[in-house]
Write a new protein. Sequence first.
Length: 277
Amino acid sequence: MALKGNLRDFSTTQLLNLINLARKTGTLSIQTDDETAQMSFREGKLIYAYMGNDNGNHLAQILQNSGKLSPEQAQVIQSHAEGKSDKEIGHLLVTARRVTQNDIIQSVRQNVLDTVYKLFTWGEGFFRFDANKLPNSGYITIPIDLESVIMEGSRRLKEWEILQDELPDLDVALRFTDRPDARLRNINLTVEEWRVVSFVNPRNSIRQIAKANNLSDFEIRRIVYGMLQAGLVEFVSRPKPAPDKRDAGTRQQRGAEPSPAVKRSVVVRLIDRIRGL
C-alpha cells in the first residue's frame, strides 16, 4: 500500500530525512496544480529525479542544458531517439565521441540535484511514496547521498525565502544603470549571468528573461538580485511589495492552519507508515 499525504503536513525535507534514515527503496511522486515531479531511491540513496512528463527520454535535453550539446545537436538527437532509452542514446554519443562518459554522468547528476532542490520550495502538493518502485533499466541512475542533498536543499530554501522578499514580482523589467560597461569589466560573470545580461531591456520582464534562458524562479531571482547588488541594473518601475505574511486574508484563502497537536499527530502517523513499508 502506497504512502500518501500533503506537503502542508509533511515537507520535502522531512520526507527525505525519513527515506534516508529508514534506507528506503522506492519512488516519491509529488503533484501540484501546475507541476509534477518524481524522485527514486535505492536503500536510502537518491538515484533519479525528473520534473514534468517522464517518458524516460531526456538525455539530449539534459546535455543541452549543461552546455555539452548545442540546441541544434540536441534537436537532431531527439528526432532520431524515438524508441531508444537514455542509456542507448548515451552509448551512441560516447561511441561517436560527441560527449564523454563523464560528461553524461556529471550532467545527469546535476539535473537530478537541480530538480530535487526545486522541490524544497514547494509548500503545497500531494505526495505518494511507492515502496520498491524504481525506474526501468533504460534510465540512467546515479547514486547520491541524501545527507548532502538535504543540507544544501535546506540552505537554498532559506535563500529562496530571502529572495522572494527582495524580488516578490517577476513581471517587472530591468534596465542598465549608468556606465554598465565599466562595471562589467570589474565583475566576473558566469555563462548563465551573461545570458541574462544579454536580455536586459525595458521591454523584457524578469519572468520573460527566465523563460528565454530556461531558468527557474529561484535561479533568475538569485542572478537578478546579484546584479542589483552590484549596481549593474535597476528596475524600470518598482516591483509590487511582498504580501504581508501576517495578512489574515491570505490565511483565510489557504484555510485555517491545523493546530500543532494535529500536525504532530499527522507527522507521527506518516513516520510509522514509512517505517512499516
